[in-house]
Write a protein that binds this ligand. Structure first.
Ligand code: NDP
Length: 237
C-alpha cells in the first residue's frame, strides 16, 4: 500500500484465513484500524495476533465472530463496525463455494446459501457503511470476486458460485454508479487462483492474491470505479 490509512477504519469479512487474513494484515500495516470477522473464533483470533505481530504500532485490530449469512449476526458486525465512528474501507471477501463439479440440476439449495454469503451480505454491509462514507466524502468498497463470475467465460463446474459472483459484479457496477459523485470507489477484484482452503494447492501465494485486492483500496481519488480487475488489469465482465 502506497497510501497511508492512518485514521481510517476498515472492515474485512472472511479474514480468519487465506486471502482475507492477508488483506487485513496489509490494511493494518498501512495504518488502518481493522475489524476482522469470520465464523471461526480461533481463526479470527489468529489473524488479530498476526496483525499485532506484523504491524506493531501501526494499525489496530479488533475481532468479531459472526456468520454473515445470518441476519442477526450480520447486524452485529455492522454495529461493531459503526461503533468505531464509521467504516472507511469495506472488503467483502468472505465467500462460499460448492465442490467442483456440482451439477446445476441439484444446486438450488447451494444457490440460496451462496446468495446469502456472496451477494446479500456484501450488499447489506455496503448499504450500512455507505452513509458514513458519503458524510466523509471518501470510501473504498472492494468486492472480492472471481473470473468464475465472468459471463464472457462462464462455464459449468461451480454453478452457485459462478452465478453469485456474476451478481456481485452487477452489484459492484450499480453501487459504483450511485456513489461516484460522493468520492467512494467501488470495484470488483479477482485475486487470481490462490493456494488457500478454497483454492486448493497449486495456486499462487496468498500475498499475491491480497495484493490484487489491496490495489483497489490504494487507488487515488480519481481512480477507476465500477470495474472488474485482477492485478490492476481489467477483466472481461
Ligand atoms: P478461504 O476459504 O481460505 O477463506 C474464506 C473466508 O471466508 C474464511 O475466513 C471463512 O471463515 C469466511 N467465511 C465463509 N463463509 C462465511 C460466512 N457464512 N460467514 C462469515 N465468514 C465466512 O477462501 P479464500 O481466501 O481463497 O477466498 C477469499 C475470496 O477470494 C473469496 O471471495 C473467493 O471467492 C475469492 N477467490 C478465491 C480464489 C482462490 O483461488 N482462492 C479464486 C478467485 C476468487 P469461516 O469458515 O470461519 O467463516
Amino acid at each position: 500500500m502506497a497510501e497511508s490509512l492512518a485514521g481510517r477504519t476498515a472492515l474485512v469479512t472472511g479474514a480468519g484465513r487465506g486471502i482475507g487474513r492477508a488483506i487485513a494484515i496489509g490494511l493494518a500495516q498501512a495504518g488502518a484500524d481493522v475489524l476482522v470477522t469470520a465464523r471461526s473464533a480461533d481463526e479470527v483470533a489468529y489473524t488479530v495476533a498476526a496483525i499485532e505481530a506484523a504491524a506493531p504500532g501501526a494499525g489496530k485490530a479488533s475481532m468479531m465472530t459472526a456468520d454473515i449469512a445470518d441476519n442477526r449476526q450480520r447486524q452485529q458486525v455492522i454495529d461493531a463496525g459503526l461503533a468505531r465512528g464509521r467504516v472507511d474501507v469495506l472488503i467483502n471477501n468472505a465467500a462460499t463455494v460448492e465442490p467442483l463439479g456440482a451439477s446445476a440440476a441439484i444446486w438450488a439449495g447451494d444457490l440460496r446459501q451462496a446468495f446469502e454469503v456472496n451477494v446479500i451480505a456484501p450488499a447489506v454491509l455496503a448499504a450500512a457503511v455507505v452513509p458514513g462514507m458519503v458524510a466523509a466524502g471518501w470510501g473504498r468498497i472492494v468486492n472480492v470476486s472471481s473470473e468464475s463470475g465472468s459471463l464472457a467465460s462462464m462455464d459449468a463446474g461451480t454453478p452457485a458460485y459462478s452465478v453469485t459472483k456474476a451478481a456481485l459484479n452487477a452489484l459492484t457496477r450499480i453501487l459504483a454508479a450511485e456513489l461516484r459523485p460522493d468520492g467512494i470507489l467501488v470495484n470488483a477484484v479477482c485475486p487470481g487462483w490462490v493456494a488457500t482452503d478454497m483454492g486448493g494447492p497449486g495456486g499462487r501465494p496468498v500475498a499475491d492474491g491480497a495484493a490484487s485486492v489491496l490495489w483497489a483500496v490504494d487507488l487515488p481519488d480519481d481512480g477507476p470505479t465500477g470495474g472488474f480487475f485482477r492485478d490492476g488489469q481489467p477483466l472481461p465482465w
